[in-house]
Design a protein around this ligand. Structure first.
Ligand code: ZN
Length: 134
């Protein structure tokens, strides 16, 4: 498996609108856009940071995984996402290496990109996303 780069850092927030002035204003990061991802019950906003991005995640429903994260841990860093060339191959390799998968098969994330999550119990407490370069 070859990890190309850190694709993005996911940050859970109660409200993207409330945080846009920090990221887009004070930190002066370029906002690349927002998107609602119904399958994950989140609204996301991406801010460009060189070759990587910050992804703000706002829950869109009381049963959103981000809602339960916020309720348990409060706002903050939610996951790290690494970019890989071949997601199926990468999942097989990490599984063979003993990592527990949340997603046995790729699913579609923001931007139509194929993604899969690894279980934080297998990755030192860091929820880890692999996403496929496109
Ligand atoms: Zn992500």
């Amino acid at each position: 498996m070859k990890i190309g780069r850190l694709s993005h850092v996911g940050v859970a927030v109660e409200s993207i609108e409330a945080h846009a002035p920090l990221y887009g204003g004070t930190l002066a990061l370029e906002m690349l856009g927002t998107e609602v991802v119904p399958s994950q019950k989140v609204k996301v906003a991406f801010f460009k940071v060189g070759e990587t991005r910050v992804e703000l995640l706002e829950p869109t429903s009381p049963d959103s995984p981000i809602r339960s994260f916020l309720d348990k841990k409060g706002p903050g860093v939610h996951h790290l996402a690494y970019e890989v060339d071949d997601l199926e191959a990468a999942l097989s390799e990490v599984k063979a290496g003993g990592v527990r998968l949340i997603d046995e098969k790729p699913r579609i994330g923001a931007g139509g990109i194929r993604i899969a999550f690894l279980h934080p119990q297998s990755t030192g407490g860091v929820l880890t996303e692999l996403c496929e370069r496109h």
